[in-house]
Design a protein around this ligand. Structure first.
Ligand SMILES: [Zn+2]
Ligand SMILES: [Zn+2]
Length: 349
């Protein structure tokens, strides 16, 4: 099988050296600015900056810390601009490392913020009054078979990242296929639900560039989880959203993490194959008596031993297992029992 070609060579080298990659000019008038995410395995988010002739348009913003804010400002200065020049912030999805600083940028510049409506409706529930979110999360953990004593830690494990979002409502809700023209740049939104319900990629037809957000990353697979702020079958949506990108043959892919690359088809093949293998691994683990999602999660292979994984990652892992189980249900290969916790078993043992 052919493979991707890494074009963000400096970014990949920086990854190997465990340092922040440089601010780079990706095309004339298009910049890539790494905004640091300390103590997080993703290390940084890549903010893209377009020169429009009258100002700047940003895609994604970084999370809301002073360190990230300084790096963003310094990066824009290196590109020859200033935060006050920003006219718009297009955000690929709701997660703190993408949406977190958008409000602060708007306050400094008067820029408008764009987000897909399916993510916009989740903002208050996720970042303002989270009482109900926590209740629903605890219920989901119970239904998954997470032991009682472990539920509070897992339920609360994402609450600390709330501070990484500057609370702000978007000004523009963009739907699928919405076209924007900024100076010499054209950007069309491609709705790609899966990683989040309102995730969008951005496509420049004129420049044959794909800004893939967290939907397609060159090395890691993004988290696709069943949780209370998701559509019912996120992995099914994600795979469909990968298929949607089959229609495009970008000159280069500009992801929100890691490094730029070429050969989208090879990466789509790799991601689809990864999830198909995981589906088989889960089916193989389901013995005649069935299992809960949590039981399967602790028995699946992860990048490190399960008991050494941090709480929020354990919860994400459980959500991923559930996402695979739901997809297996929709394919008619698995059924779940009535009542909590759900016991999943094969329809054809
Ligand atoms: Zn994300
Ligand atoms: Zn991200």
């Amino acid at each position: 099988m052919h493979d991707i070609e890494v074009t963000g060579v400096l970014q990949k080298q920086a990854w190997a050296d465990n340092v922040l990659p440089p601010v780079e000019q990706v095309r004339p008038g298009l910049w890539s600015i790494p905004v640091p995410m300390p103590h997080n395995p993703l290390r940084y988010v890549l903010v893209y900056l377009f020169e429009t002739g009258t100002g700047l348009v940003m895609v994604d913003a970084g999370w809301n810390t002073d360190e990230a804010w300084s790096a963003l400002n310094a990066g824009i200065a290196q590109a020859g601009g200033s935060i006050t020049d920003v006219e718009a912030v297009l955000v690929t999805h709701i997660h703190p490392d993408h949406y977190g600083l958008a409000g602060r940028v708007r306050e400094a510049s008067g820029a408008w913020i764009g987000l897909h409506p399916e993510d916009a409706v989740l903002l208050d529930d996720r970042y303002a009054d989270t009482t109900d979110l926590l209740r629903r999360m605890t219920e989901l953990l119970e239904a998954s078979g997470v032991p009682l004593e472990k539920r509070p830690d897992l339920a609360n494990s994402s609450m600390e990242v709330r501070g990484l979002v500057f609370t702000a409502k978007p000004d523009v809700l963009f739907n699928d296929g919405q076209k924007f023209t900024f100076g010499g740049w054209d950007l069309t939104t491609l709705w790609t639900p899966g990683h989040s319900p309102g995730h969008v990629c951005l496509w420049s037809d004129q420049h044959q560039l794909l800004l893939s957000g967290d939907h397609v990353l060159p090395r890691i697979t993004s988290n696709i989880s069943v949780h209370t702020q998701q559509f019912p079958n996120p992995l099914g949506d994600f795979l469909n959203s990968l298929m949607k990108l089959r229609a495009f043959a970008p000159e280069e892919i500009l992801p929100a993490h890691e490094y730029r690359f070429r050969n989208l088809g090879a990466r789509l093949d790799g991601l689809i194959a990864h999830h198909e293998e995981r589906l088989i691994e889960i089916l193989d683990l389901l013995g005649p008596e069935g299992a809960t999602a949590w039981d399967l999660t602790t028995r699946l292979t992860w990048s490190r031993p399960f008991d050494q994984i941090l709480d929020y990652m354990q919860r994400a892992a459980n959500g991923e297992t559930l996402a695979h189980l739901v997809l297996l249900e929709t394919r008619g290969l698995v059924v779940r029992s009535e009542g909590h916790p759900f016991i999943f078993s094969k329809t054809n043992p």
